[in-house]
Design a protein around this ligand. Structure first.
Ligand SMILES: NC(=O)c1ccc[n+]([C@@H]2O[C@H](COP(=O)([O-])OP(=O)(O)OC[C@H]3O[C@@H](n4cnc5c(N)ncnc54)[C@H](OP(=O)(O)O)[C@@H]3O)[C@@H](O)[C@H]2O)c1
Length: 250
């Protein structure tokens, strides 16, 4: 039986990168609505802080770019009976491509974290999720999947790839019980993505506002949840997008 509506209570939800920012706000919302939540991330102290504050939330240390860690997350999720996977973990790096490949590939790998690991994690969860009565995968991409900021070239490319992947995944899973959502936030000013909180602008939202929009979208079975100004970007013409791109990349 294919269910028509995604319930936002009574689930067991796994959130990657759930100890800070948008992931933490989603963990708070899901926990407060009577869901069990499993959060993961690399920093144990952040996970412990979050789990201690939120009843119904447990944590597991996991670097999603590491295969053994993804397996541990899968096992913990399987034991808990997870039926919702939220691919939220992400990193963002400014890269000047004029400085060559060394600069691009040093340190954490954005393609691995923001794309490859999420695809692998998703593929490993699908058989488990297919066995649940109701199930969902929520991919947190970005408005920058639609209109890129050139100073974050790989970040935007991975988000555009996750946007496309979400469309194909939704189509492939349409005969199953697994619903595929994509959350496309605008700039969010109070997360750790940029290393430090940003000033609020007229285009930016808080993580709590994005989480609220996500919960509404999921409850309404809106599969592409474009938040704030991103909604207009999704339906913009090529000409309009070019205009937005020029304005953003001045
Ligand atoms: N902030 C924005 O303006 C904005 C806009 C649109 C979309 N987004 C997207 O929203 C998502 C959440 O970002 P955020 O803004 O809330 O930033 P954030 O506070 O930095 O959250 C990202 C989380 O991902 C975790 N993470 C990073 N690499 C990981 C890895 N390899 N394995 C496991 N966990 C990892 C981080 O924890 P550890 O470092 O402890 O691992 C952190 O908790 C990201 O996908 C981001 O691209 C953000």
């Amino acid at each position: 039986m294919i269910v028509d509506w995604m319930e936002v209570s009574g689930n067991v939800v796994a959130i990657t990168g759930g100890a800070t920012g948008i992931g933490l706000a989603l963990a708070q919302r899901f926990a407060s609505l009577g869901n069990r939540v499993l959060i993961c991330g690399r920093r144990e102290y952040k996970l412990q802080e979050a789990a201690a504050r939120l009843p119904g939330v447990t944590s597991i240390q996991c670097d999603i770019s590491k295969s053994a860690d993804r397996e541990s997350l899968w096992r913990a999720a399987s034991e808990l009976g997870v039926n919702v996977l939220i691919n939220n973990a992400g990193i963002q790096r400014g890269i000047d491509l004029k400085n060559g490949l060394d600069d691009m590939l040093s340190g954490e790998d954005e393609i691995e974290t923001n794309l490859t690991a999420q695809v692998r994690l998703t593929a490993s969860f699908i058989p488990m999720l297919m066995g649940r009565e109701t199930a969902a995968i929520v991919n947190v991409s970005s408005g920058l999947a639609i209109v890129p900021l050139a100073r974050f070239p790989l970040y935007c490319a991975t988000k555009a790839a996750m946007h496309s992947f979400s469309i194909s995944l939704r189509q492939q899973l349409s005969p199953t019980r697994i619903k595929v959502f994509e959350l496309l936030p605008p700039t969010v000013y109070d997360t750790e993505l940029k290393g430090e909180p940003m000033k609020r602008t007229e285009w930016s939202l808080s993580a709590a506002e994005v989480a609220d929009a996500a919960m509404t979208g999921i409850a309404e079975d809106r599969y592409e949840i474009a938040v704030g100004g991103v909604a207009k970007w999704l339906s913009a013409t090529k000409e309009e997008r070019d205009g937005i791109f020029s304005g953003m990349n001045r």
